[in-house]
Write a protein that binds this ligand. Structure first.
Ligand code: OGA
Ligand code: NI
Length: 351
């Protein structure tokens, strides 16, 4: 199986091969371009502020973002610690990821075509064995916690990756504290119950490469889907392409400088018994420049059964989702083509 990058680089492509032509009437909704200002913005420094008023304002804002969007931009200034190079960690992470995709095919091949729980896996499309239409996307997926893994090339990748993953885990932990409070729960509720931040919590890094596409309106980077996990924290190389579904429209996301794009995942929806729903999003492609995005999915240890929190089933609201082991949910998602919130449909109870 060719990667899209190889396909684009090997021949002077002027049109999209038919196997990549994406037709999905369900996602064919009017695409509205909304300016960044309308998307909720969370200033991370206020969330961790010692000023109780500013913190509680930010928690309210965070709760509303989860309730109304399932998505927000979180502005965080990241500095590299104990590192000789003065650039920001984010920039380094993007550069190293780009260099990974630029490696020779024989260097990447050792990670190709492997199974879901293999430590490092790269490939193309989503599940190229079952995808009816191929996606204009190559990926690198690394299980980075509880066991840290890293490709041995490029040589600087491992160090930057380790630090980046630690930082994003710290950010997720703080966000989950705020989200717990926004639900009227103890600040540590989600972290403790889901054992996020514990030495066993699960973190998967997914790096996406979307090469330039000669007919971007015909192909799709990632089709509409929701993510597994509680939260996904994503950043990109300065090229836009993420769209989130909000009130029936696709909203194009133009990130603010230093912002991470954060979305709620399916396990947030299960845990909150549907109060905070996972957001449907997609990645479109462009004809001008390669786009790289790097997301980390934050979830509980793989053997944790995630089910609705009893504290959120009060006031006569019954249990709306079946519990499921995190590991089994990941397997379920990987066994199918990526399509909307189809995995959650297996767990919904009619109430
Ligand atoms: C994902 C994802 C969006 C993007 O990897 O699950 O939704 O902008 N990525 O690349
Ligand atoms: Ni996603």
């Amino acid at each position: 199986m060719y990667s899209v990058k190889e396909l684009v680089e090997s021949v002077g492509l002027t049109s999209v091969p038919s196997s990549y032509i994406f037709r999905d009437t369900k996602s064919d909704v009017h695409c509205m371009h909304v300016q960044s200002e309308t998307v909720p913005i969370i200033d991370f420094s206020l969330l961790t502020s010692h000023d109780p008023d500013r913190r509680s304002e930010t928690i309210t804002r965070l709760g509303n973002a989860c309730l109304e969007w399932g998505f927000f931009m979180c502005v965080v200034i990241l500095q590299v610690i104990n590192h000789g190079v003065p650039e920001m960690l984010r920039d380094e992470m993007v550069r190293e990821t780009e260099s990974f995709f630029d490696l020779r095919e024989e260097d990447k091949r050792q990670y190709a075509g492997k199974k879901l729980f293999d430590p490092i896996r790269c490939g193309t499309s989503f599940n190229s064995n079952v995808d009816k239409t191929l996606l204009w996307r190559d990926y690198l997926k690394i299980h980075v916690h509880p066991h840290f893994n890293a490709p041995d090339k490029p040589s600087g990748f491992s160090k930057v990756l380790r630090e980046y993953c630690q930082k994003t885990r710290d950010i997720a932990g703080e966000l989950l504290k705020g989200i717990s409070e926004s639900l009227g729960l103890e600040s540590g509720y989600i972290n403790e119950k889901m054992r996020v931040g514990s030495s066993e919590s699960h973190q998967l890094l997914v790096a996406n490469m979307y090469p330039p596409c000669p007919q971007p309106e015909l192909a799709m980077g990632l089709p509409p889907h929701s993510d597994h996990g509680l939260l996904t924290i994503l950043m990109q190389n300065g090229i836009d392409g993420l769209q989130v579904m909000h009130e029936g429209n696709w909203v194009s996301i133009n990130p603010l400088p230093n912002s991470f794009l954060v979305n709620t995942g399916d396990h947030m929806e299960i845990l909150t018994n549907g109060k905070y729903k996972s957001v449907v999003h997609r990645a479109v492609v462009n004809s001008k420049a390669p786009r790289v995005s790097i997301g980390t999915a934050h979830g509980p240890p793989l053997d944790t059964v995630v089910s609705p929190a009893p504290e959120l089933m009060t006031d006569g609201v019954g249990q709306a989702y079946l519990g499921i082991k995190y590991k089994n949910y990941l397997e379920l998602q990987q066994s199918k083509t990526l399509s909307g919130k189809s995995c959650l449909d297996h767990l919904r109870l009619s109430i």
